[in-house]
Design a protein around this ligand. Structure first.
Ligand code: NDP
Length: 265
């Protein structure tokens, strides 16, 4: 479905804003949740270029929108419009959930990501130092999990760790032997590529390969881990969890995660 540009948005109660946004599965997931909860109103997708993010929020608020999920590339661009930003979102410089009624912003990506993990995880390697890695690394560190970071541009990884004051180790090569979970937080899979050469035979046999991207395009990262006999996971559980936490923040209800997952599988 082609999402309207923000100026052409029709009144609704909730939206996800991004650019591009047509591919988003949030409307089908969140509408299933709203229906199950017998909550009124629709959840729609709206295209918002980052340079217009603050105008778009003002416009959506005037149309009566209550809540907005924010995705790439708008997670930082929305911050100037907000009156208050919760501490975790402030720290990572990214807001993915807004309450338009009182101009508050939060970030459910970090907590959502942690909730998708097996409890016994101790050491995590993140591949990629883009926008999503910031929330992931900060949440992992807050949970006492040891993190390492590899990025094809090593400088960007060093800058991220310094800016967020993390104790993350920056690796020049993605060596796998010490990690319970390896997360592909690069956008390499969207280009049909491996993020870097990975020798899965050196990973612990119980290592989990976690791809942040949704299924749809084939993930060379997940395919290679599967061929090596390792457990794998894609980005759908994270999509559900961060969306469920957003709903709970807006509506103070318990989100129906199972229904939400069924709606997007
Ligand atoms: P960004 O654009 O902010 O960052 C992209 C990262 O990928 C950078 O570190 C970049 O490296 C790296 N990269 C891009 N292409 C390649 C390549 N060919 N080889 C190696 N590294 C590459 O993206 P995000 O952090 O916002 O998102 C990353 C991924 O996570 C995307 O696939 C996105 O769809 C997914 N995602 C899924 C979510 C979910 O709910 N499941 C939530 C958020 C994100 P460099 O710095 O060198 O340019």
């Amino acid at each position: 479905m082609i999402a309207p540009l923000w100026r052409d948005a029709v009144p609704a109660r909730f939206a996800v804003i991004g650019d591009p946004i047509d591919h988003s599965r949030s409307p089908q997931m969140q509408n299933a949740a709203l229906k199950k909860l017998r909550e009124p109103g629709d959840f729609v997708a709206i295209r918002v270029p980052p340079s217009e993010a603050c105008f778009a929020l003002e416009h959506l608020a005037s149309l009566g929108y209550v809540g907005v999920n924010v995705t790439v590339p708008n997670k930082s661009a929305v911050i100037p419009w907000l009156q208050s930003v919760e501490p975790f979102a402030q720290r990572v410089g990214a807001v993915n959930t807004i309450d338009l009624r009182d101009r508050r912003g939060t970030n459910t990506d970090g907590a959502g990501f942690l909730a998708t993990f097996p409890k016994e995880v101790r050491r995590v390697l993140i591949l990629g130092a883009g926008g999503s890695s910031r929330a992931l690394l900060a949440a992992l560190e807050d949970a006492g999990i040891v993190t390492a970071l590899w990025n094809r541009s090593a400088d960007r990884a060093e800058d991220l760790v310094a800016e967020l004051k993390l104790s993350t180790l920056v690796l020049r090569e993605a060596a796998l032997k010490d990690f319970d979970v390896v997360v592909n937080a690069t956008s390499a899979s969207l280009q049909g590529a491996m993020p870097t050469a990975l020798d899965w035979s050196t990973a612990p046999s119980n290592c989990l390969a976690y791809e942040l991207a949704y299924p749809g395009s084939s993930s060379a990262f997940l395919n290679s881990a599967e061929s090596a006999g390792l457990a794998t996971m894609d980005g759908l559980p994270l999509l559900v969890e961060q969306g469920a936490l957003s709903l709970e923040w807006w509506l103070r209800v318990s989100a129906p995660r199972k229904i939400m997952m069924e709606a997007i599988q």
